[in-house]
Write a protein that binds this ligand. Structure first.
Ligand SMILES: Nc1nc2c(ncn2[C@@H]2O[C@H](COP(=O)(O)OP(=O)(O)OP(=O)(O)O)[C@@H](O)[C@H]2O)c(=O)[nH]1
Length: 321
């Protein structure tokens, strides 16, 4: 669908009397790094649209995931994991999270229950909770990863958290196992305003394809490199030639820069005889082709932008501002 067709579909829907009783609105998912926000978003949408890795802080920009069924549309705002800011990059990420909160009808606080069982951690120490503790918006608490604790432990936590804050609902679930996802939807929908769909029902996200391309490459870097490399890296899709649609004998061409923070990181990313970057490229190309549903030629190269995480201009270029 081109932009004009999308707008027409939108208008047609707004005038459709069958939309009576429909609810639509924005929900922001907040949690500390690794709580499972991206996993939840992906299971809700049934497609891998937010990157998931076992390392904390892999989500940086907010992804607009859109869940639509017969009676509702939930526009999900995925926020970066809430942490103590160390770099300007982190401050910009937290500003994005605050902006998502402001734009929401309902907030979803996600906790990793394993951290909380047997009094190991306290709700008031959770950085995501602190960020929204004074909000007037309705907050739904999601206890994620209940597959890792006993039923009794999960009931104990529900009782404890409900005495600590007036959560509108508390939903125990497992995003990874897909357990209790329906309950989650049922908890969110009452807090959405009566409204026709805000977006056409067949789209899952408003982010452009090049965004997903860079996210997939970033995911591979997180998988294949350790220590500070992934956290110092940004991926910039410099060229996206869409050849395949016009001529299926020609692949789309993607030229992407992996931007690093320091010169010493460049040789690590490239690896001996270019082996490391080749591995990233091969794995990313496979996933990009699966995501786009067409063959691509992927060219990766490394660029050094000294101290980019601290520079206002670089943060703006990469869309954090
Ligand atoms: N056992 C279990 N593991 C889970 C569950 N949900 C997520 N995980 C795992 O927890 C890790 C972090 O999940 P993510 O979805 O990337 O977490 P996130 O909150 O988006 O993390 P950031 O991107 O760092 O903000 C991954 O290894 C997931 O597989 C769950 O319900 N049960």
């Amino acid at each position: 669908m081109n932009e004009e067709e999308t707008q027409q579909a939108e208008l047609a829907k707004q005038n459709d009397p069958q939309n009576k009783g429909f609810k639509a609105g924005f929900a922001t998912i907040l949690g500390e790094p690794n709580a499972g926000k991206s996993t939840l978003l992906n299971v809700l949408l049934g497609e891998k649209i937010s990157i998931v890795t076992p390392k904390p802080q892999t989500t940086r920009k907010r992804v607009l995931g859109i869940f639509t069924d017969k009676s509702c549309q939930i526009v999900l705002l995925d926020t970066p994991g809430i942490m103590k800011p160390k770099y300007k990059l982190h401050e910009a990420m937290l500003d994005l999270a605050d902006k998502s909160v402001e734009d929401s009808d309902v907030l979803v606080l996600l906790l990793d229950v394993e951290k909380y069982q047997k009094g190991k951690a306290e709700l008031k120490a959770d950085l995501a909770f602190q960020r929204i503790a004074n909000t007037k918006k309705p907050v739904i608490l999601v206890l994620n990863k209940v597959d890792l604790i006993t039923k009794d432990a999960s009931l104990e936590l529900i009782a404890k958290f409900s005495s600590e804050y007036p959560f509108r609902e508390i939903v125990p679930l497992s995003a990874l196992k897909g357990y209790n996802i329906r309950e989650f939807l049922k908890a969110v929908v009452p807090y959405l305003p009566a409204s026709p769909p805000l977006y056409p029902p067949d789209i899952l996200s408003t982010a452009p394809e090049r965004f997903f391309v860079s996210e997939i490459i970033r995911e591979k870097i997180f998988q294949f490199f350790s220590q500070e490399i992934p956290y110092s890296t940004e991926v910039d899709v410099e060229e996206f030639q869409e050849n395949y649609e016009k001529n299926p004998a020609r692949k789309d061409v993607l030229r992407c820069a992996i931007v690093v923070d320091r010169l010493s990181q460049k040789s690590i990313l490239i690896g001996k005889d270019g082996k490391a970057i080749k591995r990233v490229g091969q794995a990313a190309r496979k996933d990009i082709e699966a995501f786009l549903g067409r063959p691509v030629f992927l060219e990766l190269f490394v660029k050094v932008k000294e101290g980019w995480r601290e520079k206002e201009s670089s943060l703006r270029d990469f869309g954090y501002k």
